[in-house]
Design a binder for this molecule. Structure first.
Ligand SMILES: [Zn+2]
Length: 338
């Protein structure tokens, strides 16, 4: 599998996240990337395509905030990672705030997604990996490609960060692929958590289909999105397809949901598939509660391959570091039929 990863993606190393009433070691570590890289046969550094494809998804003012946030944090006399503590009720009017703490709340939605010294460089590098993966399909070099992204992206919206995500790599790949004539595009999100950012970005965009299989948001992050009755709006009415599943879900029930998602993608007429792949559906993931095995990851890849579409895999979550690389390798092997 042609794989893209930027050395800059290791620069993001937040120390702590505020969760479960305490400050815990951050789960989204550089060690995750190292474990995956060790399993990949050939990894290519992405070209730098600049900000155009990022701005096709994200508000330029939000992108400028990400670039400057940690510097503003230091300039305010703080040390360590920038993390917000005050958040607006969404739907409040837009305000032109000055202090970094206000801006962190304006653009963030949780306390588990710090902006560290290397966060922008890493997020930018991951986005370039996603753009390069789309370019590889557009140029005809590959039929399948893998954007080995870190930090992940599917919780980031057009103008917000959260859930360990800053730039939405899958959405950037989807828009880049469509711009290169590879549409219609479908995004299939198989991370344990609902891809709320991707859903929001394409909510009213009938050109991109979004299907997600995830833990029921009544019990799991991100809580406020991913419910079964969310189906898109306007031109996007009916192009969002959520299948929340209960904690403890194993392969038999998961495979049924996957089949329904693939049927919907086929009916939409997608010509290119983006898979937001998270390995946190693994039974031994420390922060998630599904029950898939490494063998099930292979079966998932093989089932997705039955669509027969050119496919870009975009890496999302997965927090059992020791098992992460082999779960990703199993999924890729299934998709490639090797
Ligand atoms: Zn996840």
């Amino acid at each position: 599998m042609l794989t893209f990863c930027s050395p800059a993606q290791q620069a993001h190393a937040p120390a702590l996240e505020l969760v479960n009433g305490t400050a815990e070691d951050h789960a989204e570590t550089p060690a995750r990337l190292a474990n995956m890289l060790a399993q990949m046969a050939a990894v290519r550094e992405p070209a730098d395509f600049g900000l155009a494809a990022i701005h096709a998804v994200h508000d330029p003012a939000y992108v400028a905030f990400l670039q400057s946030a940690h510097g503003a944090w230091l300039a305010a006399g703080r040390a360590g990672d920038a993390i917000g503590y005050a958040f607006p009720v969404r739907g409040r009017r837009a305000l032109d705030l000055e202090r970094i703490d206000g801006k962190l709340g304006q653009y963030g939605f949780d306390t588990v997604t710090p902006i560290a010294a290397g966060t922008w460089e890493a997020a930018h590098g991951a986005a370039q990996s996603a753009i390069s993966a789309a370019e590889a399909l557009a140029s005809g070099e590959a039929r399948h490609s893998f954007a080995l992204c870190r930090p992940p992206g599917h919780h980031a919206g057009a103008d917000y960060f959260g859930g360990y995500c800053y730039l939405n790599n899958a959405a950037i790949a989807a828009r880049a692929a469509a711009a290169k004539g590879l549409g219609p595009v479908a995004v299939l999100d198989v991370d344990y958590h609902h891809g709320n950012g991707t859903q929001d970005i394409f909510w009213e965009d009938g050109r991109v289909f979004f299907a997600s299989i995830h833990a029921d948001p009544r019990t799991d992050f991100p809580y406020f999105w991913g419910h079964a009755d969310e189906r898109g709006a306007g031109a996007g009415e009916g192009t969002t397809f959520n299948q929340p599943l209960p904690r403890g879900t194993g392969w038999a029930a998961y495979e049924g949901a996957l089949g329904r998602a693939l049927d919907a993608i086929a009916r939409f007429g997608a010509r290119t598939l983006i898979v937001s792949y998270g390995a946190d559906t693994f039974a031994e993931d420390p922060i998630a509660q599904f029950a898939l095995t490494t063998g099930d990851m292979r079966a998932m890849g093989a089932r997705i391959a039955t669509l027969g579409l050119p496919t870009i895999i975009v890496m999302e979550g997965g927090y059992n570091v020791a098992a992460l690389g082999r779960n990703v390798a199993a999924f890729i092997a299934g998709l490639e039929g090797t």
